[in-house]
Design a protein around this ligand. Structure first.
Ligand SMILES: [Fe+2]
Ligand SMILES: [Fe+2]
Length: 284
């Protein structure tokens, strides 16, 4: 099927996030709390994990059969890889030691749930080739929108001007990714009650927040607390409100259930108190 999303325009605009003009030498001048760095590392890991998700995705039937999927997935994975590299470079410029083999380590640590997801995804795409893309697209829309919201929060909560510039550029691309997934999901869900049912059941059974599976549960909880104030903030409701606009997903409450179930609450004020840390430039 063809969607209202202009894939040709998307492909023409796709590319590595622009970083040539970033003053990397100034990165350590602005202090970041350890909690901020931990959240940043989480997103570096999450962005760098796209390669592995792509591995699972391209084995599914719709990835080959749907004309817009292959070009999108190529450009999407390329852009996400550069998001991970941007955070990697930022952290190293700040003075944080990031192992060069962090990606291989991350993959070897990935949870059993992540492996089961890959197999489940493949089986569902074979069993329900018509309806499965709706579930996949809705899932993608949720993860992209969560990421976009996370970066608006990261900017506001770290107060680091160079990180803000990088995040704003990345966010433009996240918004375009979200738009693809959302439009695809919307059209597929609207035209099929069965696709709505399959999508709802899949999400209720298997969905977890973006980045879960490649990081520890503690790191997931930390990111959701640092950025969103867990169950006590407004960001979770804002994310869910957007997703509930998709046909058949009016019930969507999985992120609020996740933060409540895991007791994730407001982040302590001290996590944002930059006066408690010296800038890395001063420490050096
Ligand atoms: Fe990204
Ligand atoms: Fe993205």
């Amino acid at each position: 099927m063809t969607s209202r999303f202009d894939i040709d325009r998307f492909m023409e605009q796709s590319g590595a996030v622009e970083l040539d003009d970033i003053a990397w030498e100034d990165v350590p001048k602005y202090p970041l709390t350890p909690e901020a760095l931990r959240a940043l590392r989480y997103f570096m890991t999450t962005e760098s994990a796209t390669f592995y998700y792509l591995r699972g995705l391209i084995q599914t039937k719709p990835a080959l059969a749907e004309p817009e999927f292959a070009p999108f997935l190529c450009a999407w994975a390329f852009e996400e890889e550069f998001h991970g590299r941007a955070f990697h470079k930022f952290m190293r410029a700040y003075g944080v030691d990031v192992d060069e083999d962090y990606r291989a380590k991350m993959y070897s640590r990935r949870t059993g749930g992540e492996r089961k997801d890959e197999i489940g995804q493949f089986l569902l795409s074979v069993l329900f080739p018509e309806a499965w893309p709706a579930a996949h697209m809705a899932w993608g829309a949720i993860q992209e929108w969560t990421t976009y919201t996370a970066y608006t929060q990261l900017i506001q909560r770290t107060g680091h001007p160079i990180l803000e510039t990088i995040c704003r550029r990345i966010m433009k691309q996240e918004l375009r990714h979200f738009s693809f997934y959302y439009h695809q999901a919307e059209e597929r869900l609207r035209s099929s009650r069965f696709a709505q049912e399959l999508t709802s059941r899949t999400l209720k059974f298997a969905w977890t927040p973006v980045g879960d599976g490649m990081s520890s549960k503690d790191d997931v909880a930390h990111a959701l607390q640092y950025l969103f104030d867990g169950a006590e903030g407004t960001a979770v409701a804002t994310i869910e409100k957007k997703i509930r606009q998709l046909p058949g997903l009016e019930w969507f409450d999985l992120l609020s259930r996740y933060v409540s179930r895991n007791g994730i609450r407001r982040a302590p004020e001290s996590w944002f108190d930059r006066s408690r840390v010296e800038s890395a430039a001063v420490l050096a």
